[in-house]
Design a protein around this ligand. Structure first.
Ligand code: FES
Ligand SMILES: [Fe+2]
Length: 469
């Protein structure tokens, strides 16, 4: 491990208690920074499994991974495998994924239990979808014929379905899910995330710590340098001679919530609210807005969809009513179109519309990037032992018109960066370099901007709450 170093780094006086000093300096969460050991030390990774992943509510699946009765999928966290089963239309159960006879996992990857029978492939013991034992072959041979059903029932894990996610908690006495989710509950309800279903879902392994990967999306401070095509003023400041200017991402609001959650968004500084960098005539504005939306539609292939741009372009040449603006008119058209199709949409309040294009952080490892009735969902999973590796996933989801049957969500493993759009490719391209730099013995801490990187600090403080209790 990175042993406790005699060299001290600036600690927050409020946090430099005796309790915090029993940690190596490189593990410390500082007032405006974090020690590098949190990303690179295998002992820290071990502590995260022991104290965080074993006790925190975490997203194990989306419900559309197991849409039909008898469908199952598996969720792996560290060395633990959890089996998630669709019992009936309204019930999903989570079980430890093992056969009580001699250990075989009862589900592998994802699949379907035909006839509602969970059959162990080794010696054929069988359960129903509720986890009740139904067949022990040669039962008389066990416990002198006195084997109890309860001894060999499948072992359930605490789970909750919310916002289209299946959350699980491996703690036998978990903290209240309602307390955990409270800071996000209203928002996730208002954006109808629970009604959103799969369009695509991709997964890749990245040579960086799981926190490095997710923190790439905890702020928009990186946009000027990493995504110069998205921020023309910032691009000229970073790569040109421009001294300063109205960078769009400077105007975002960052809110850190309890339990490590948080959010950043444009509010009334979004194109939907008519906010643009250089105002032009309405027709120019429409082309500019379409081109800008296309950067996301093509560059990510999620959040903003081609159909959204086609809808915007129907406003070409139309006279806008006085007192409105293009963004507002587009929003009105989206709701009108969705209503005709009975397609669920986010609550049409200025507060919620101001969060389109923003990012919501759900502790410990999920992000929701919201648009109108659609979203990109990111999840990062730690490697079981190696702090320098993680698995990163992107899902594109949206609400569908009433009555449309959506396909079962199945993950696609990708190895070629070209299989994701330009925007995530730019983000993910930084990450191996970040991890390499964090391992430098010359580096002791990362510095965090007080406002624009506050969600990172908030996440680390919550992580410490788990690790230190
Ligand atoms: S290991 Fe499952 S029935 Fe034997
Ligand atoms: Fe980015």
């Amino acid at each position: 491990m990175s042993a406790a170093s005699p060299t001290t780094i600036a600690t927050d006086p409020a946090r430099s208690t005796a309790a915090s000093n029993d940690w190596p300096a490189l593990w410390q969460t500082l007032s405006q920074g974090v020690g590098v050991g949190r990303y690179t030390d295998p002992q820290f990774t071990r502590l995260e499994f022991e104290k965080l992943w074993s006790r925190v509510w975490q997203v194990a699946a989306r419900i559309d991974e197991i849409p039909e009765q008898g469908d199952y999928t598996t969720y792996r966290i560290g060395d633990q495998s959890i089996l998630l089963v669709r019992v009936d239309e309204s019930t999903i159960k989570a079980f430890y994924n093992f056969c009580p006879h001699r250990g075989t996992t009862l589900g592998h990857g994802c699949g379907h239990f035909d006839g509602g029978k969970i059959i162990c492939p080794y010696h054929g013991w069988r359960w129903d979808l509720q986890g009740n034992i139904k067949l022990v072959l040669e039962r008389n041979e066990f416990c002198d014929g006195k084997l109890q059903d309860g001894d060999v029932a499948m072992r359930e894990v605490h789970s909750r379905v919310f916002a289209g996610f299946v959350f699980i908690n491996l703690d036998p006495n978990p903290e209240s899910f309602d307390d955990f989710i409270a800071p996000l509950r209203q928002f996730l309800d208002d954006i109808v995330l629970g009604d959103m279903r799969h369009i695509w879902w991709k997964r890749t392994v990245i040579p960086c710590n799981w926190k490095v990967a997710q923190e790439a999306f905890y702020e928009a401070y990186h946009v000027s340098a990493t995504h110069p095509q998205l921020e023309k003023v910032g691009r000229e400041v970073v790569y040109g001679d421009r001294p300063d200017g109205p960078m769009m991402y400077r105007d975002l609001t960052y809110d850190a919530f309890e339990h490590g959650h948080g959010q950043f968004y444009g509010g009334d500084k979004t194109p939907m609210a008519g906010h643009v960098q250089e105002p032009k005539s309405t027709d120019d504005l429409l082309e500019e807005m379409a081109a800008r939306m296309n950067l996301t539609a093509e560059g990510l292939g999620a959040m903003i969809l081609k159909e959204d741009i086609e809808l915007l372009l129907t406003l070409r040449g139309k006279h806008l009513p006085p007192g409105t603006n293009l963004g507002a008119e587009y929003v009105r058209l989206q709701y009108e179109t969705a209503a005709k199709l009975s397609r669920p949409m986010p609550k049409p309040t200025p507060e919620i519309i101001g969060r389109w294009g923003g990012v919501t952080v759900a502790f410990p490892n999920v992000l929701v990037l919201l648009q109108a009735g659609s979203a990109a969902l990111y999840r990062v999973l730690p490697h079981a032992t190696d702090p320098n590796q993680c698995t990163f996933e992107i899902r594109s989801v949206k609400t569908y018109p009433a009555g449309v049957k959506t396909p079962r969500a199945v993950v696609e493993d990708i190895t070629d960066p070209e299989q994701v759009g330009l925007i995530p490719r730019q983000d993910l391209g930084n990450l191996p370099r970040v991890q390499e730099g964090l391992r430098s013995t010359g580096m002791r801490q990362a510095w965090l901007a007080s406002n624009q990187e506050k969600l990172i600090l908030n996440m680390h403080r919550e992580l410490d709450r788990y690790l230190r209790s």
